[in-house]
Write a protein that binds this ligand. Structure first.
Ligand code: ATP
Ligand code: MG
Length: 425
């Protein structure tokens, strides 16, 4: 049958292979095209049979499921991998997703879970494929108008684009989440020609949030050229994402991060400035020379904090450093993420402690954020009406310089209320 989902099973245990084959044999829309006993065999069989979905065990002798997935992503990119593991740990999940897996099943799983995952992954891949072929600029599964909006760019021809560094002296405060959605908001709503740079060179997550294959081109491909000087054009290194933005991914393996010098980082961003209105940089939380070089050349440093003591302490230290570095006071903008999930600390307390007003706030919305993360679609597209998206848009407007008073009625009112809520003293 032409429209059956072609599945390849990969597991080193013969009983598991047989069991899965039998289970899937009951499904009329699924056809098991083969069963491989190792990662190496899986790659050979996948090349030959071009399955739609590969059910991949993670722990196998010879080549483990993660390495096999990496190879498959490069050599048979049309095959979507569903990883199977007895371990459901975050690290396994993260490594699998980075390797290019589309789903993660924790053993033991029911036959319903198994078939639902296969169908979901297959449908998603088909949708993605049709978007790539039919409408490259369309936003992934988004209720947002896909037509390109008129540009609001105030950038004159030849004038360098604006660089916005998303920084936070403590990890896990939401930098990547903000960087991705801010870039998408600026591109889709404000008509900015935007490039998102994953400068979390060691453990970049931008690709995961945007459902990009880690085998894609990345900064790693640029390292040699950057050592010679500023590249003429960055076109061949950036990925054109369906969410309307360009993306420059972090290197695929952590050890390559060391090869990116402060000078290379500077050259890379300066080169991007020539062709874009806005460059959003997702920075590392460690305050090293390369991060510093990026912060130095940024027009705006969105410094993220959360309502936690450690985050607040680090912000205080960072503000002192920023002052010593001579950054103008409006270059550093404080962004309080999950501003409404206080757990005992109030915004006013934070402001008092750091001796400065919080410039922007973003509400906590685990549902929209995690749903978006799991689907690899920015929440600004999948849940455009949510408050968290409105907050990101307002921030994008402030960064780009469009007047917040232009925000439609209700939003402007909300913004005004918020302002009075967080008024300093
Ligand atoms: N406004 C929000 N509401 C709910 N959850 C959020 C929000 N912002 C971020 N998160 C969640 O917080 C976690 C950390 O976010 P994110 O990965 O963006 O942080 P980060 O600063 O980039 O972390 P890292 O140090 O790992 O690079 C993620 O699970 C994300 O889904
Ligand atoms: Mg991050």
């Amino acid at each position: 049958m032409a429209d059956q989902i072609r599945v390849l099973i990969v597991d080193d245990i013969p009983e598991t292979r047989d069991h899965l084959t039998k289970l899937l044999g009951f499904e009329t829309d699924i056809e098991v095209v083969g069963a491989a006993a190792s990662g190496r065999e899986a790659i050979e069989m996948a090349k030959e049979m071009t399955p739609d979905v590969v059910l991949m065990d993670i722990n196998m002798p010879d080549m483990d499921g993660i390495s096999a997935t990496e190879r498959l992503s490069a050599e048979v990119p049309s095959a979507a991998v569903v990883m199977m593991s007895v371990q459901g740990e975050a690290d396994y999940l993260r490594r699998s997703m980075l390797a290019g897996a589309r789903e993660f099943l924790v053993k033991p799983f029911s036959s319903d879970e198994l078939t639902a995952s296969i169908r979901q992954v297959y449908t998603r891949e088909q949708e993605k494929l049709s978007r790539i072929v039919v409408q490259p600029a369309a936003a992934a599964a988004a209720p947002v108008a896909a037509a390109p909006r008129p540009t609001n760019s105030v950038r004159e021809e030849g004038e360098p684009g604006r660089v916005v560094a998303v920084f936070g002296p403590k990890g896990g405060v939401g930098r990547t989440t903000l960087a991705v959605n801010l870039a998408v908001a600026a591109a889709t709503e404000l008509g900015q020609k935007t490039c998102l740079v994953d400068a979390s060179f060691q453990f970049g997550d931008v690709g995961v949030l945007l459902n990009l294959n880690p085998k894609n081109k990345s900064i790693a491909d640029l390292i040699g050229e950057l050592e010679q000087g500023e590249p003429e054009s960055m076109d061949t290194f950036v990925i054109n994402h369906s969410a309307g933005i360009k993306v420059l991914l972090a290197p695929p393996s952590p050890e390559m991060a060391e090869l990116i010098t402060p000078l290379s980082a500077k050259r890379m961003i300066e080169a991007l400035r020539k062709d874009h209105d806005l460059i959003v940089v997702d920075c590392m939380s460690s305050f090293n020379d390369t991060t510093l070089a990026i912060l130095d050349l940024a027009d705006t440093v969105l410094t993220m904090l959360s309502l936690e003591i450690t985050s607040i302490k680090n912000i205080r230290l960072f503000l002192e450093v920023a002052e010593q570095l001579g950054y103008e006071s409006d270059k550093v903008r404080l962004v309080l993420n999950r501003a409404d999930s206080s757990l005992g600390i109030r915004v006013a307390d934070v402001e008092h402690s750091i001796g400065r007003r919080v410039d922007h706030t973003i509400v906590s919305d685990g549902r929209s954020v995690v749903y978006a993360l799991n689907r690899g679609v920015p929440f600004f597209l999948s849940n455009r009406e949510a408050q968290v998206s409105q907050d990101v848009l307002r921030l994008a407007q402030a960064v780009v310089g469009t007047n917040p008073a232009e925000v439609v009625g209700a939003d402007a009112k909300k913004a005004a209320q918020k302002k009075s809520l967080f008024a300093w003293r």
